[in-house]
Unconditional design. Sequence first.
Length: 721
Amino acid sequence: MVERILNSEDISLLISGRQSNPHKLLGIISENSSQDRIILFRPGAHSVAVELQGNIEHATHHHSGIFSLTTPKGTLLNDYRIYHQNGLLAHDPYAFSPLWGEIDSFLFHQGTHYKIYERMGAIPCDVRGISGVLFVVWAPHAQRVSVIGDFNFWNGLVNPLRKVSDSGVWELFIPGLDEGTLYKWEIVSASGEILIKTDPYGKGFDVPPLATSRVINSDRYVWHDAEWMEKRSCTQDQPLSIYEVHVGSWQWQDGRPIGYRGLAERLAQYCKEMSYTHIELLPITEHPLNESWGYQVTGYYAPTWRYGSPEDFQFFVDHLHSEGIGVILDWVPGHFPTDTFALAHFDGEALYESVDHKEPLHPHWHTYTFDYRCNEVVNFLLGSALFWLDKMHIDGLRVDAVTSMLYLDYGRKEGEWSPNIHGGKENLDAIEFLKHFNFIVHKEFPGVMTFAEESTDFPKVTEPINSGGLGFDYKWNLGWMHDTFRYLKVDPIFRAYHHNDLTFSIWYAFKENYLLPLSHDEVVHGKGSLLQKVPGDTWSKFAHMRLLLSYQICQPGKKLVFMGGEFAQGREWSPDRSLDWHLLDNPYHATLHKCVAKMNSLYRDLPYFWQGDGKQESFRWIDFKDTENNVISYYRLSGNDSNQALLCIHHFSSGYIPSYVLHCQGIKMCQLLFNSDDIGFGGSGKGNRPPILCIDHGFSWGIDIELPPLATLIFLVRFSN
């Protein structure tokens, strides 16, 4: 039998690098009733030493790297170890039975292997008491898959994987390897092309631009955030004030970005001082190009190594949790880059990418879109989301570019897309994926939040799935952001003609659970910084900034501000430099910074701002028609306190009004809580006069207040019974 193997066509396929089942040829083979034979494949080696039951034996070289050693009958895999060319003494990778089981295949192929990150990729583990790394990859079109690394001198012939039946999954357990090992896949495509690829399920990668996967033990870190994880809950009726951060440009030291560990303490302390409840990280999933800001991902299961190891990132999250700060991650399941070392045509054919479009590249980003029809691709993406929640303790996922996923014609001209089975433009497979994503995230991790960056009026984005919705917790209100910027860019003299831009968003504010973003997208690509968007001289610009940020705080919806906006970064943001923290030495910037901290503190402490803020009952207009003075006013209400409310007034003109009368009935007490024009915030000091109740025949019908220019006033009012 052994001789037949040694001279078989299968051996020829192994030698030529075309064998899909090396385990049937290698390892321990029964030769006859009295002895076994160990068959080894060591291409390029002239000799191979084997430690057999404590003795050193030298295997016989037959041809072309094929070696064998006769052993006693009943030899077991624990009875021998092989000396590898790099000096490693370890057990035989080809003596182990398959570890990828039928249940793995069943779940994976139906897209519901929710802990796929513990079964795919490079998994440090013990098998039958032997430690090593299990390598598993999905490549259904490949003729051969090998793992290559320093341990085999990057020679793809040395360690071919076994194809597990017809599942398209390949596996190999290599004893003796450990965490930190660098590796790649060598794949022979159906056409015979040799491809070198990083691991789609890799948990770590070498520092870009190097494209090498790294074996990581994601369970090594000891967490200390059990209390946080237990008490975190859905924030529908909790304050949610998010500080959006790009890790690589928040703060630099010695000419380079601060790493995860150094950033942890500084950022946590800063968020506490500024009263932010959460941070949101622009994607830190591994990506090759700095200029993509992380939105063109090649490593969906790995924090970028630019700022430290995965364990360093776990420390970062852990520390923020210890300081009461939640961590939200931008996540990009809509498209991926064309880099040939990663997902693109992974096994020589379109595997992860959709083939539904005549032009496969997305016209906006020149990237591939995912194939949501394919269960294995869906499982890959769901596994990524769940990995970050499970192994990295992330508190929320903001799904990028949801609109591009929902519509087949997004960014495409007529003739470049095909309608769905109903003749419509909706991407039905992507819609089902998003529902699946939200369902499993909320089922497995109650209290984790999901956010949709969606710019159209697609219905029921934040409705429950069982009510026909997509199931997100929040939708970014991009319409509010664009309308607000369009209004503020107008000179105050002409704003009366654009009043609708200011009030329109309230008419749909309760259609979804909204988040109001002042995001990174608005301070790049020539759009200028927030400070550059508003008109006027220096004083007016900073008054506008105080007005903008306080207006955002008062409006219904959760809050998000991109870093630098809180102190009026002067330059447009760049990912290649630190924020201009020296600006805080300037009184204009410093007083705005102080103002934002006060606003955030008020927002956090006063439930009128956030309790039930997705419901119509939390908001009531006082006056939205004062176009002459460019003033709007309204109440923010809490269902738990019907006798009190916050009265919010925004004055968008540059003139001072010493006596402004609001017609608001039934007020018996009015206390000023916040004035964005306060001298301590860099303002003129107007607006601090105590309000005068307007009473006629014992009936309170309004208040008379001093209205400062370009300012927000917030009063606590108590109503008559």
